[in-house]
Design a protein. Sequence first.
Length: 307
Amino acid sequence: MSRFVVTGASGLLGLNLSLKISANDEVLGIANTNPLIGLPFEIQVMDLVSDNFEKDVLETFNPDAVIHCAAIANLEECEKNPELANQTNAVVPGEIAYQCKKRDVKFVHISTDAVFDGKSGNYSELDRPNPLSVYAKTKRVGEENVQNQNPDAIIARVNFFGWSLSGTRSLGEFFVKNLLSRNPINGFIDVHFCPLYVSHLSELLLKMIHADLSGIYHVVSSDHMTKYEFGCAIADQFGLDQTLIYPISVSKSNLLAERSLNLTLSTKKLSTDLNLSVPTALTGIEQFYVDYHCGYAQKIRNYSIEN
Ligand SMILES: NC(=O)c1ccc[n+]([C@@H]2O[C@H](COP(=O)([O-])OP(=O)(O)OC[C@H]3O[C@@H](n4cnc5c(N)ncnc54)[C@H](OP(=O)(O)O)[C@@H]3O)[C@@H](O)[C@H]2O)c1
């Protein structure tokens, strides 16, 4: 049995990942402001910007691996508070990467597809990042800090969807919730991405650790679609009315942070190094639906003190 620390354990990825790990291994989840109850794993509340991770977590729990999912992942919030975004997304990852290197603890840093400007698409790990928003810029500096402090670290550039604590965190939940309530909503026809189901992402991250990979990897779905097509695929899978989704250009939205248009990434390096086929978004949407029908979405929500 291995010992894992997962930061951001109250977040969309961190919670789903921690639940998966806790089925076979020991996991300590780190949360900050979102209280959780009834979890099948231990949780520690701390602020990674101001508290002492090395002393309070690495020294006391003595993990084999740290998977760093914590971030200010809301793009609009980063635009409004760039200093906090910089501390959280850029400075903290470098510090934890350094502490893990010193103690020979495997470090996995979760980054983003948004490090690219989206002008060309089908990006490989060798392509040059050019982040546009505050969020993307701080995440890119986070990658550089991790690489400088810990060359053995895995840096996973991701994009994913799934069931979250609040029930509103992911784009998949946004479409299901609004379509179930028959609310008309917008779907962007000019934003292309590779959304991976969070359960598939969690499995891939664990395989990457097991294979002792290091360096940058694109860990997204092996197919791609627009955000509008993603919404329509969810509507189809859930038997909901896709005509409620209005196809618009992202330029017509009033979002604060600049979005990259073509964030399609190549997963060739990942599939070669792990010798497997990376799941598609469509397979993920099927599993998203199956999990919903098995009560998984509600199970996740029940871990929130607010539900
Ligand atoms: N969602 C996506 O599609 C997507 C796409 C690309 C990349 N990513 C990356 O994937 C990772 C996980 O994203 P997510 O969507 O799961 O994020 P999320 O749901 O917004 O959760 C963020 C987590 O970070 C924690 N956190 C924030 N500031 C903290 C601090 N100062 N100290 C301790 N914990 C702190 C939060 O804790 P509390 O809630 O308890 O305060 C929460 O658990 C992030 O690195 C993000 O940049 C996400």
